[in-house]
Design a protein around this ligand. Structure first.
Ligand code: NDP
Ligand code: OXD
Length: 309
């Protein structure tokens, strides 16, 4: 069985070595133009040339959870797209979002500024009941984040396409449930996939429906958020601030207003990183299952291209 690795931005050597160690029966190569036809691709943002040269591929294993960039390409006709299914990401996302929520709720930025200016002062504790956290997207990552936040006794709300039941989380669903979900949330966390339906979903109209003093955390994709609308609502006072890990263009351009805005914290798309060992083990396990007769379409993480995630 032939396997090609084609991940833009990843150093190929350790990946290829890891895949060879996990799948000794496979011929694993780093892709170069003109490579021999392969059965499987392990990919991240591959060039179109790779896909066009490999029309026989049976599956593309994406080494991330989001497949928005991959689905924009012309894919081999019979290839299933298989996204990363957690592989150590959900715990990182739960850490990142909990940190952002708690940093805001406990006013740690304010305390840090006070301490740096030599001031020993107390702030009146805020009421946790007044900080309902709404998670948009209750999939692999969103559900873990929602469950984690319930452990800190925040009221937690969730919104997804199909109805869900998660202990301790008030769940809303579909377009019909969105307005009530937003009105019930003060902190908004975006963990949606980027699809035509979710592009620009955080805009002036939707963000205005959040409770006054809202806080926005975007850890999904930059194109979920209309940047100017967020800034206008922060400057107008309806939104207290934001933590943003993802941007329309990455790296964020050096002149973007987010860099210096005093109420916006940014990080460089690092909230949940792909962990090489876990990822290789997961993909190798799936390839072994397929080679052993499991239909690709029954693997966890198979993407529905019509849904876009
Ligand atoms: P999943 O596919 O497991 O979950 C997606 C969730 O979004 C599901 O609950 C789904 O609803 C919901 N959803 C999709 N479309 C809509 C819609 N139109 N309206 C309402 N809800 C919708 O994805 P993951 O949790 O694994 O990942 C989410 C995203 O996080 C990824 O697509 C990626 O872009 C981003 N990400 C960011 C990282 C970072 O480092 N910043 C790292 C990893 C991922 P339903 O359950 O009903 O299908
Ligand atoms: C992903 C990401 O989608 O890293 O996995 O953003």
């Amino acid at each position: 069985m032939n396997l090609l690795f084609c991940c833009v931005g990843a150093k190929p050597e350790p990946w290829v070595a890891g895949l060879r160690a996990e799948l000794p029966e496979a011929n694993v190569q780093d892709w170069t133009p003109g490579a021999l036809p392969a059965d499987y691709g392990v990919v991240w943002a591959p060039p179109q040339q790779f896909l066009d040269e490999q029309p026989q591929l049976k599956a593309l294993f994406n080494i991330g959870a989001g497949v928005d960039a991959l689905l924009k390409l012309r894919l081999p006709p019979a290839a299933s797209v298989v996204r990363l299914d957690d592989a150590g990401m959900s715990v990182q996302m739960a850490e990142y979002v909990s940190h952002a929520v708690i940093r805001h709720f406990r006013e740690f930025d304010g305390y840090e500024a006070d301490i740096r200016s030599g001031k020993w002062s107390y702030r009146k504790p805020l009421m946790r009941a007044n900080f309902p956290v709404g998670i948009m997207g209750l999939g692999v990552l969103g559900e873990r984040v929602a469950r984690t936040l319930t452990q800190f006794d925040f009221p937690v709300k969730g919104w997804s396409r199909s109805p869900k039941t998660i202990e301790g989380v008030q769940c809303f669903s579909g377009e019909a449930g969105m307005a009530d979900f937003l009105a019930a949330s003060r902190v908004l966390v975006c963990l949606l996939p980027l699809t035509p339906e979710t592009t620009n979903i955080m805009n002036r109209e939707t963000l205005s429906k959040l409770q006054p003093g809202a806080y926005v955390i975007n850890v999904a994709r930059g194109a979920h958020l209309v940047d100017e609308d967020l800034i206008a609502l922060i400057d107008g006072g309806h939104i207290a601030g934001a933590t943003l890990d993802v941007f329309r263009n990455e790296p964020l351009s050096t002149d973007h207003a987010f860099w210096k805005h005093p109420k916006i914290n940014i990080t460089p798309h690092t909230s949940a990183r792909t962990l090489r060992e876990e990822t290789i083990a997961q993909i190798a396990g799936k390839i072994r299952a397929v080679e052993g007769g499991t239909p690709i379409t029954s693997l966890a993480g198979v993407v529905d291209p019509n849904r876009g995630y």
